[in-house]
Design a protein around this ligand. Structure first.
Ligand code: FAD
Length: 337
């Protein structure tokens, strides 16, 4: 069966890429377990701004503003606005507009627009023939990997995505919170009788078991930020985030590193070339490395990526994978010197 585009991975990156592609082209999403089975389904889904004025903060905050409006217009029942009390280490206090999303409900809602098949794809299921990709029994022109922290499907050594395992808590408390708080950890306003506390961070860990002692310690941290009378833990979810090494998301065209180095052997010796002249896999894309900001980044970049795929254009340099390839080549060069 033929699809214009196939997206592999049913987290927030995959759902919003498929949602946007499906507006203009026949799109299939392939997921190995269920929608939200990865980190996205466990997210506290805070849409908190990133503090500061760095390029990364600007990118995240621009995406967050877009995505908050998007949810308000398209899924108002699953987005909860609040004022965020943000505390810096030095005690400075800022108030921002913020929001918390219902992760699984949003993923389910926007998955209704395209076909989904449940298959665990391995490299052996993927082949390329002329202009088309064969994925299991499906044929497509455009192939997008949105497999989160599991980035091995590209087989490319420069695409390095770090797993960051985390757990979020749901609590009940006699304290009603009208607004949310952030001081290293995030505490939501009271939503349907519950308060979400997000989240722990364990770098380079894909899977781990958390203990009740750890959960109680995490709750104590929250109580140091805001009074939570008679707080008791009523639920927890855990999963793995995907983070790039420079913390920017990785979105766009996948370079064939071997062919590019063969074409430009002087790359290894430091010669600069225009990235548009590199060798790319035909119509192969990736959207990963969303860090702790998947629900802010995905609606915004899902739309930009779909436009870039359908109009054959690059995205901005700060997100395209060619920056990772250049870093990889630089590291190879350093090994030769
Ligand atoms: C504890 C925790 C707290 C978080 N808090 C927030 C928050 O406050 N705000 C926020 O915006 N985001 C939050 N996040 C989400 C985070 O932002 C990540 O960005 C998000 O989980 C990554 O989304 P993703 O779609 O890239 O990957 P995932 O959600 O991991 O999705 C990848 C999907 O691909 C599937 N898959 C993998 N390999 C294959 C294969 N070979 N074949 C088929 N399917 C495959 C997996 O089953 C999975 O469903 C949190 C995440 C966690 C774990």
């Amino acid at each position: 069966m033929f699809f214009d585009s196939i997206v592999i991975g049913g987290g927030v990156a995959g759902v919003f890429t498929a949602y946007n592609l499906s507006k203009y082209s026949k799109t299939l999403l392939i997921e190995k377990k269920h929608i939200g089975a990865g980190g996205s389904g466990s997210a506290g889904a805070f849409l908190n701004p990133k503090f500061g004025n760095s390029t990364l903060s600007q990118l995240i905050n621009k995406s967050m503003n877009f995505s908050r409006e998007f949810y308000l217009n398209n899924s108002p029942e699953f987005i909860h606005l609040s004022k965020l009390n943000h505390y810096e280490d030095n005690g400075e206090h800022f108030i921002f507009d913020s929001a918390v999303a219902d992760a699984n409900e949003i993923l389910q809602l926007f998955s209704k627009n395209f076909q989904i098949e449940y298959i665990n794809i391995s490299k052996n299921n993927i082949s390329h023939d002329g202009d088309f990709w064969q994925i299991d029994k499906f044929k497509t022109k455009n192939l997008v990997f949105t497999t989160g922290a599991l980035s091995e499907l590209t087989g490319e050594p420069y695409i390095k995505i770090r797993p960051v395992w985390g757990e979020r808590l749901d609590i009940e408390s006699d304290t009603f919170l009208e607004n949310s708080f952030h001081n290293e950890i995030s505490i939501s306003q009271t939503i349907n009788g519950k308060i979400r506390i997000g989240a722990t961070h364990f770098r380079d860990i894909i899977e781990r078991e958390s203990s009740n002692i750890e959960r109680e310690e995490f709750l104590s941290k929250a109580k140091n930020i805001v009074e939570l009378k008679n707080a008791k833990i009523v639920g927890s979810t855990s999963g793995v985030r995907s983070a790039s090494y420079d913390f920017f998301p990785v979105i766009g065209r996948v370079i064939d590193s071997k062919k590019t180095i063969q074409k430009f052997p002087q790359l290894i010796h430091g010669r600069k070339y225009n990235f548009t002249d590199f060798e790319y896999y035909k119509n192969l894309f990736i959207f990963s490395g969303l860090g702790g900001y998947g629900f802010s980044l995905a609606p915004y970049f899902g739309e930009l990526l779909a436009n870039s795929i359908l109009n054959n254009k690059f995205l901005d340099d700060e997100v395209e994978p060619h920056r990772l390839f250049k870093k990889y080549v630089k590291n190879l060069r350093n090994r030769f010197i």
